[in-house]
Design a protein around this ligand. Structure first.
Ligand code: SAH
Length: 254
């Protein structure tokens, strides 16, 4: 029985947003697979000089699994580094299924997803009282399809806070379909390019004008589209800190 394989969320880009646990495991690794297209190379700076690093960008699932299996068979510590958190658009489940099939043990170390880094960069809260208490994380169909029931128009009917991954390249179509689905054209929208990286860019507007602004800024990848009235406008105060309400940790009037 070889060593446990770790799937590690590398965070959104800023190397300081890698978890302490993720950093420790990368430092101990003999074999590192990482998504070169999105993972900040600085994340790997803590690796041992003799560690072998593989950029999975040009590899197939079969090749990735072969590298993991060979490493485990040679009693090496193998880590698989994913951008953000592996549970979102990480293609991690198919790797887990292969490791299950091979009887290899693995664990997952979560990471800071880019949608969380985007809220931090925007200095906004996704769940505002009186505005929205729901966050929809979604994408438009690309090479990977989206189930019919999750069409962007259908999701838009809720007018909840929405964060759209992998879709900035089709932002014009996205904004049109969001409006068809129910968001008014003056709904605030923001695009965050490379949240938490040094070359991060933020573009703000509404569903009516953000597509043009994003094109003007030359952003066509590695960005999130956030939509909803959480971005601008009024909201209610929370009950948690309301002096008229009691809860388990505080009595009313205190
Ligand atoms: N697992 C990742 C998402 C991988 S899918 C996560 O949790 O963030 C890749 C998509 O994520 C990109 O097309 C882009 O939409 C988004 N993304 C990843 N890193 C980003 C960043 N730093 N800033 C903005 N969007 C990012």
């Amino acid at each position: 029985m070889g060593k446990t394989v770790y799937f590690i969320g590398a965070g959104p880009g800023d190397p300081e947003l890698l978890t302490v646990k993720g950093k420790r495991l990368i430092g101990q690794a003999d074999v590192i697979l990482y998504t070169g297209s999105l993972v900040n190379p600085q994340i790997l700076e803590g690796a041992k000089p003799e560690a072998k690093a593989y950029d999975s960008a040009s590899m197939t699932l079969r090749q990735v699994v072969d590298v993991i299996r060979d490493g485990v068979e040679q009693e090496k510590q193998v880590v698989r580094v994913h951008t953000g958190d592996p549970s979102l658009y990480g293609a991690v489940r198919e790797q887990m299924a292969e490791l299950d099939r091979l009887g290899l043990a693995y664990e997952v170390v979560p990471g800071v997803s880019s949608f969380l880094a985007a809220a931090a960069s925007l200095k906004r809260e996704y769940t505002l009282p009186g505005v929205s208490q729901t966050v929809i994380l979604t994408r438009m169909e690309g090479r990977t399809g989206v189930p019919e029931k999750e069409r962007v128009e259908a999701l838009a009917s809720h007018q909840a806070t929405m964060v759209v991954f992998l879709s900035v390249g089709k932002i014009e179509e996205l904004c049109g379909r969001l409006q068809l689905g129910g968001y008014p054209e003056d709904t605030p929208a923001a695009v965050v390019y490379k949240a938490s990286w040094e070359d991060e860019k933020i573009v703000k507007g509404t569903l009516a004008d953000i597509a043009g602004k994003v094109k003007g800024a030359g952003i066509c990848r590695t960005a999130l589209v956030a939509v909803g009235r959480f971005l601008e406008g009024s909201f209610s105060l929370s009950r948690l800190y309301d002096e008229a309400f009691s809860h388990g940790y505080r009595k009313a009037g205190q």
